[in-house]
Design a binder for this molecule. Sequence first.
Ligand SMILES: Cc1ncc(COP(=O)(O)O)c(C=O)c1O
Length: 393
Amino acid sequence: MPVSKTIASQLENASWIRRMFEEGVRLKRERGAEAVFDFSLGNPDVEPPPAVLEALRRVAAGNLPGMHGYMPNPGYTQVREAVAHKLSRETGLSFTAEDVFMTVGSAGACNVILKSILDPGDEVLVLMPFFPEYQFYISNHGGRMVPVETDAAFLPDAERIQAAITPRTRALILNTPNNPTGQVYPERVLRDLQAVLERSGQPITVISDEPYKAFVYDGGHQPEVASFIAQTAICNSWSKSLGLPGERIGYLALSPQLEDREALRRACAFSNRILGFINAPAIWQRVMLESLDEAIDPAPYERKRNLLCDALQAIGYEARRPEGSFYVFLKTPIPDDIAFTQRLAAEGVLAVPGTGFGRSGYIRLSLTIPIERIQKSIGGFERAFLALPRQES
Ligand SMILES: Cc1ncc(COP(=O)(O)O)c(C=O)c1O
């Protein structure tokens, strides 16, 4: 068989998100698109801001000599300088262009840092529930994922994290605002984590995956992880904040407080190249140079969150409002989230079972669906809820 055993087994366990997406394609073919309400994929449903598209047109028309050539592996210096400047303003730390690597999205950034720090068998702590691709990114580089439970509110639990640290622990992945829970980790939690990491006496890198940083609701904000945790490598992108996940543009930034930073910089520049990316898309680096202050308005997502959570609560669901990101992590009225996902699918409502994120008893609903579609989907949620046998509810 030409496919490796590793990939064959990963495919077997692979993303429920994709599986539900494919189920959606099938249902739409069978019933027509109008009868299907697809809450499965976190694909932004808003177009990038006009200023970003104008910058793209300007850059494409610019016709600079050499603009299509190879560049230094970490990316164009001018763009990295601009990103470093913005990060310095936001975190109060002194980032320089040398700390910033332009990457193929946040996913690319996570892979570059993991590649740079892991030896075979090294452990990476991941907080449950988690973005399912982390397990594959870690195993891409020979690492071993160690899942750690969060507390009842899905916030990092310092004691459990402390208990999970072994001499092989090399990294902890944090993702706030969180996919799938929508939690925004507050300062208190970040301070507790810094204390745990300090006590460990080990150089554990915190990989702060931040693609939802711009999505915080109710007037709140995401405290900067790097401002509170010294050993931070930031992974971020404009996939969500500018609505362009297909363009694959993001960055990795090493905190000025990281130990052995010079060696790590060299490693990251090398990893970016040998992973096969060579560098992040040139045209989008140039566009970002002109677009760093642009952002999508998160207000429509907040309106959709309110509409959906209010309607679900009125039906009888335990629907906690997410503080950030654009997902509702809904407790299922029966413990079997896969069975409940199937009941919803029978009503034309597509969700992702929490099992796919390492937490059964929940489903994830993405708010990247038009508000009118959410309104029309409520009947399906209601019928699936009311059809539950009494003893199950
Ligand atoms: C938590 C998390 N990290 C990383 C990614 C990948 O994002 P990007 O498009 O920036 O690579 C996603 C995409 O959905 C995500 O949800």
